[in-house]
Design a protein around this ligand. Sequence first.
Ligand code: PEP
Length: 240
Amino acid sequence: MFFIANWKMFGDLRTLNSLDNVIKFSKTNKNKFKLIYCPPNTLIRPMSKRLKNSNLEVGAQNCHENDDYGAFTGQVNSRMLKNVGAKYVILGHSENRKAGENDNLINLKIKSAIKVDLKVIFCVGETLKEKKNKKTTQVLKKQIEKGLQSIKNKSKIIIAYEPVWSIGTGLIPKSEDLIKSVLFIRSRFGRKSPKILYGGSVNSDNINQLKNIKSIDGFLIGGASQDPKKIIDIIKKTYI
Ligand code: PEP
């Protein structure tokens, strides 16, 4: 099972101390799960040093679409992220879509990440309005088709199904709706389906319900992932 910890725009050097208990926990539960921390860019290097010799890995939360260096003030590309220790990058997150990223831009970003050998956690999901209008599968189809356009080798892709209305709201989809969306996503890939994760308000209470959905390969966790106790609890409960 995959657990992706998205720290969003939280955390500083002191916050890294909180990882020690998680490292200890992961060592006693070796090989059971894969935990990938995605901190802000400022923490990628120190975090990857801290996680050396542990089985936890580091990823980034976004990148520029140009994998080469260039005059793009304030931007960081996939090559730079890789150079400081990132192995993964989250792309297509709804918070970035909301800030203006469209499917074509996300497609370029995914290509730039694959080019430097980063694994991509590609986020897709419908808004509340789209859900109410019964457009969920239509939206997922479009996001997947456009986001992965002309990418033949999808071995570096992990999909995170994140209904926009469930991120940070405490709401999660009904199990039957979640299963339907995950199976729909899987059906877009045929026999070589990528791993499919669920993200949106995962916490140590609702994990008991979510873990029973066998078609899910793991979870993308935002708010709860900044607290080591909560992340350990979520992982423990997944395996009980
Ligand atoms: C996220 O940021 O992708 C996310 C799922 O956040 P939260 O767990 O806080 O809903």
